[in-house]
Design a protein around this ligand. Structure first.
Ligand SMILES: *[C@@H]1O[C@H](CO)[C@@H](O)[C@H](O)[C@H]1NC(C)=O
Ligand SMILES: *[C@@H]1O[C@H](CO)[C@@H](O)[C@H](O)[C@H]1NC(C)=O
Ligand SMILES: *[C@@H]1O[C@H](CO)[C@@H](O)[C@H](O)[C@H]1NC(C)=O
Ligand SMILES: *[C@@H]1O[C@H](CO)[C@@H](O)[C@H](O)[C@H]1NC(C)=O
Ligand SMILES: *[C@@H]1O[C@H](CO)[C@@H](O)[C@H](O)[C@H]1NC(C)=O
Ligand SMILES: *[C@@H]1O[C@H](CO)[C@@H](O)[C@H](O)[C@H]1NC(C)=O
Ligand SMILES: *[C@@H]1O[C@H](CO)[C@@H](O)[C@H](O)[C@H]1NC(C)=O
Length: 925
């Protein structure tokens, strides 16, 4: 992943810090800005007394109180002399454990800048950065992935830093080092800086940002500007190129900054870069470096401008990125700062920016500073805070520090504490601890009472330890299994436990304890191992079923081998005992009407769909079902018979079918406008608000018919946008109903867990009960409705999965309901109907089926929304669509720059960033 630059520390940082020292001494005359709230940790520093950093005058402390485990080291003797500061000289490495965390005290809900610094310094004498093998490890911020630190092929004296801006989720911020198996993770320093709440407003509890680039422009002496120039101690790198035709501007006049969003230091605003007036484009290209996987990042650029030229000539320019115009016709204000950014809008494009003079402008573009951040989604939930606190008490109680129990107990799942099992099944609730296994853990002393307050604990195994005393009076209702065997417990067994044991609700094991010396109850007798019986009970049927399946497949292959070469068998038609009113096609006919299966119009879960034309020129869609095994199922034809009787304007009409050994297909009316998913997320046609509501109503009416007017009700089971087709008038038509059932039932003898539906659309109650009801469809329809509103897929994958309803809830909680609306609507929608549709959708996706409305209610509510929208229509169509067409010259120029960057990149390399920042310049038109 992304961000940070690495710096050659020994030489360069030395004089950076020397310069800072001079600066600091100069500034000492004035008062330094406050460092209240700064947390400064020199990792691996063994002396518990704090020291004052010579350059910044900031007080650093040792890391003993913020971390468990790890080993302190000093960098190698020969690099020690070149170290620019004390923090570079020591570090803490973590050879044990896949995750090791630092915990820094913070104020809950406060925004912070957190920086981690890494100087390898060949501390272990293994020359790890230069030995040719990969050397990298990961960083987590809390329970979410932040980025990786890649030190492969770096000079051992280099310092790499990573910065994140985040909101403290509790009274502690944790940073974890993740062992990727490519070298021992280590860290040299950690710095936490409180920010104002107004700053970086797009950062909140669910969004953090990682620093990708932060530059200042103009003729700047310090390669890095930080505290005390910047009160918040951000690292601003000097823009590397100041040679002609770049021109540096500076002023001693005060530059006003009315903004409290970025609080850019005054010193930075008093300097700027522009270009010679013969030129009109200024390009700022920030190439991706070793730690930056630019393609997968989502970037947010923030530009800071203040015109510091005295002249009154006009200065106007457009700001482009590689994909198009970001900010048209911008004119910086004189001696006043303006920041340009799109709040919360992260771009998938690379960090290529072009400032391009507009034709009317007299002066070329100018820039003072640029920040680029990458998005970190903070989607992973932390463990239920009570559970977390109690298990931490257990850890303290039994002095379990050596177990490498640190960070969050359950989250992220792959780093959960060894011996714990957690319940993650409730997708928007914090994980709960259900099992604690501390068997054979050298526990001594009494039974930790904290276990008693863990309300979802079901299994507790403390066997084979040295626990003494009595079992406390344990009231826990959730506990099902308590293994205390082979300890030294000798107190009486409390009644509460005995009662639950006798009622059969608790499996108790106490054998091997002194208390059993005169008790003869079963919990005191050594039980025979039931696990093996269970295993036999599970394994034998599994093996048998597998054998049967294999034999079945072999038999089928054998039969096909005998008949398969025979082309004519394709023509063979079986008799069907059922009377079905629709046309039965032969394979040859299907081949003919689809022109030998030439034109594929879609591929779905059940097979491939081909375009076909009947003898009467009617267009049809021929769905050739993938699994021929269904042909042998007795469910297919009854299903076809049912479907052939379903007629509704919003349900696709089944024209015919084909069923025999070689052919299993359904023939439907052809829908020329494709499906709703394609219309919402692909292509060049964008549906307007009213069309969207109409399609939603169409689909709702189709489902209502299946649910209410068919007897017995037909549950679609796979309602999703790809199954909502559109005819030539954009009327929504539901397809694929009934099919899921035929398929799932056909397969029950192999796979009982065949899920109904598609991930993202599945009713949470279905997971619990495997019951399919009409409300299952209502849930899926709610997801469809949210897709219609937001244009987003049911599971957003950037960069990790979030379910659409949660995304919508979060957006609304963070900002306003308008933030959820599909950008393709260009703000053209009816705000009052928006609220109602979102409410309706959220109502449909209630966890409990009983809370969801019926499709009849849904259809009625949607119908109620439509007239109001119709009157809106005139204003919608009257508004010209904004176009973001780029200057025709520019794409080509970006092309040049991109290709140029790889060849000539090195000549533009900045000495301080190991080639991670580059600049280039285009000649004028
Ligand atoms: C600070 O500088 C002084 C003199 O230059 C030096 O003796 C001292 O060791 C330095 N302290 C640290 C913590 O670097
Ligand atoms: C580290 O390895 C590189 C490449 O193998 C070698 O050139 C260098 O001398 C080594 N440095 C040390 C201190 O061993
Ligand atoms: C969240 O947790 C999942 C499962 O443990 C993990 O795969 C994923 O990487 C985590 N996401 C982030 C952003 O860390
Ligand atoms: C930058 O400023 C210094 C003095 O502060 C001056 O000596 C130097 O020539 C300037 N360089 C450029 C490229 O303007
Ligand atoms: C780490 O950096 C090295 C050297 O720049 C590069 O070859 C490698 O691909 C990087 N690894 C990752 C995982 O980014
Ligand atoms: C458990 O909870 C009760 C009440 O909720 C509280 O009084 C008690 O102190 C808690 N016990 C522990 C060990 O935290
Ligand atoms: C219990 O303590 C004794 C003596 O301290 C020790 O020898 C024994 O190994 C311990 N047993 C377990 C199961 O930890």
């Amino acid at each position: 992943m992304a961000t940070s630059f690495s710096c050659s520390a020994s030489t360069k940082l030395t004089w950076i810090f020397a310069l800072l020292l001079i600066l600091a001494t100069m500034i000492q005359v004035r008062a330094q800005p406050p460092t209240a709230g700064f947390v400064n940790i020199d990792c691996g520093w063994t002396n518990s007394s704090a020291y004052i950093d010579n350059a910044t005058r900031i007080v650093y402390r040792f890391d003993g109180e913020s971390v468990e485990g790890g080993l302190s080291h000093e960098i190698s003797e020969e690099l020690m002399a070149g170290a620019a500061n004390e923090q570079q000289k020591t570090l803490r490495s973590f050879p044990d454990g896949s995750r090791n965390c630092y915990t820094l005290t913070s104020i809950v809900g406060k925004k912070y800048l957190l920086r981690a610094l890494f100087t390898y310094g060949n501390y272990d004498g293994l020359n790890k950065t230069m030995d040719g093998s990969p050397f990298l490890f990961g960083l987590h911020i809390g329970v979410n992935f932040w980025e990786s630190v890649n030190l492969t092929n770096t000079d051992p004296s280099d310092t790499v830093w990573k910065e994140v801006i985040t909101v403290a989720p509790s009274n502690a911020v944790s940073v974890c080092l993740i062992n990727f198996g490519s070298g021992t993770p280590f860290i040299s320093a950690l710095e936490l800086r409180p920010l104002e709440d107004t700053m970086y407003p797009f950062v909140n509890t669910s969004v953090s940002i990682s620093n990708f680039q932060r530059f200042r422009f103009g003729n700047v002496t310090d390669p890095i500007t930080r505290y005390p120039t910047d009160n918040y101690d951000r690292f601003w790198e000097r823009w590397p190129d100041t040679s002609y035709p770049w021109i540096n501007l500076n002023t001693n006049n005060k530059v006003e900054s009315l903004d409290n969003v970025f609080n850019v230091p005054a010193d930075i605003l008093q300097k700027a870069s522009t270009i010679d007036t013969n030129y009109s484009h200024m390009s700022v290209i920030v190439a991706t470096g070793r730690n930056q996987d630019g393609k997968s990042l989502q970037l947010l650029p923030i530009f800071h401008f203040a015109d510091i030229n005295e002249s009154n000539l006009s200065r106007r320019f457009d700001i482009y990125n590689a994909e198009g115009l970001l900010f048209p016709d911008f004119s910086p204000l004189r001696f006043q700062m303006v920041s340009k950014y799109k709040s919360g809008e992260f771009l998938h494009a690379d960090a290529f920016f072009n400032l391009s003079k507009t034709p009317s402008s007299s002066l070329p573009p100018l820039i003072n500073a640029l920040e680029v951040y990458s998005l970190i989604r903070m989607d992973n939930l932390t463990t239920d805070s009570d559970d977390a606190n109690y298990i931490k008490e257990v850890k303290t109680h039994y002095s379990l520090a050596q177990r490498n129990w640190n960070g969050d107990p359950c989250s992220p799942r792959e780093y959960s504490w060894e011996g714990l099992t957690c319940d993650y099944s409730k997708s928007n609730q914090n994980p709960r601890i259900v099992t604690v296994n501390l068997s054979t853990s050298r526990l001594r002393g009494g039974f930790a009472i904290s276990f008693m307050n863990m309300t979802s604990l079901e299994n507790l195994d403390l066997s084979h330890n040295n626990l003494t005393g009595a079992i406390p009076d344990y009231q826990l209702q959730s506990l099902k299994f308590l293994d205390l065997s082979n300890n030294k417990l000798d107190g009486a067994i409390p009644d509460s436990i005995l009662q639950r044991f006798q009622a059969g609700s608790l499996d108790l094991r106490l054998e091997g304890n002194p208390v059993c010396s005169n008790v003869k109850d079963t919990y005191c007798s050594k039980k025979k191992n039931t696990t093996s019986t269970v295993l036999i009970a599970v394994i034998v049927p599994v093996v048998l079923v597998s054998l049967l399946v294999v034999m079945g497949i072999l038999w089928k292959l054998y039969r096909e081998g005998k008949s398969g070469d025979d082309e004519d068998s394709a023509m063979y038609e079986e008799e069907t005992p059922l009377h079905i009113d629709i046309r039965r096609f032969t394979y040859a006919e299907l081949k003919h009407i689809t022109n030998d299966f030439q034109s594929i119009v879609g591929k779905g879960g059940f097979g491939t769909v081909y375009h076909g034309t009947l003898e009467n020129d009617d267009e049809v869609a021929v769905k050739v079902l993938m699994e021929t095994s269904i042909a042998e199922s007795t469910d297919f034809l009854p299903e076809v018979q049912t479907l052939s009787k379903v007629h509704h304007k919003n349900l696709v009409t089944l024209q015919g079918y084909c069923q025999n050994k070689k052919c299993l297909a359904l023939v439907y009316d052809f829908m020329p406008r494709g499906n709703l998913q394609q219309l919402l997320r692909g292509g060049d046609y964008s549906l307007n608000w009213e069309q969207r509501l109409h399609i939603a109503l169409d689909a709702a009416q189709g489902l209502e018919y299946l649910h209410e007017l068919c007897t017995p009700s037909i549950v679609h089971r796979d309602v999703k946008t790809p199954n909502i087709l559109l005819d030539k008038n954009l009327v929504g038509i539901i397809s694929d109903f009934g099919l899921s059932r035929a398929f799932n039932d056909a397969h029950t003898h192999i796979s009982t867990a065949a899920a109904a539906g598609t991930p993202g659309y599945i009713d949470p109650e279905y997971h619990a009960s495997y019951q399919i009801t009409v409300k299952t469809d209502v849930y899926s329809f709610g997801i469809v409705l949210l897709e219609i509103i937001t244009g987003q897929p049911p599971l957003l994958m950037d960069p990790q999965t979030v379910h659409l309803p949660n995304w919508v809830r979060r957006k609304i909680a963070m900002g306003s309901i308008h933030d959820v609306v599909d950008k393709r609507l260009m703000d053209q929608y009816d705000a009052s109907s928006l609220q109602s549709v979102v409410d309706l959708a959220m109502n449909c996706v209630e966890n409990a089926a009983v809370d969801r409305p019926t499709m009849t209610v849904v259809a009625t509510r949607l119908k109620g929304l439509l007239p109001a929208v119709s009157s809106e229509k005139q204003s919608v169509s009257a508004t010209p669509r904004r176009t973001y067409s780029m200057d025709s010259e520019i794409p080509r120029q970006f092309q040049m720059m991109i290709s140029g960057a790889s060849n000539e990149g090195s000549s533009f390399q900045s000495g301080y960033t190991n080639g991670m920042s580059q600049m280039s310049l285009l000649s004028g038109r």
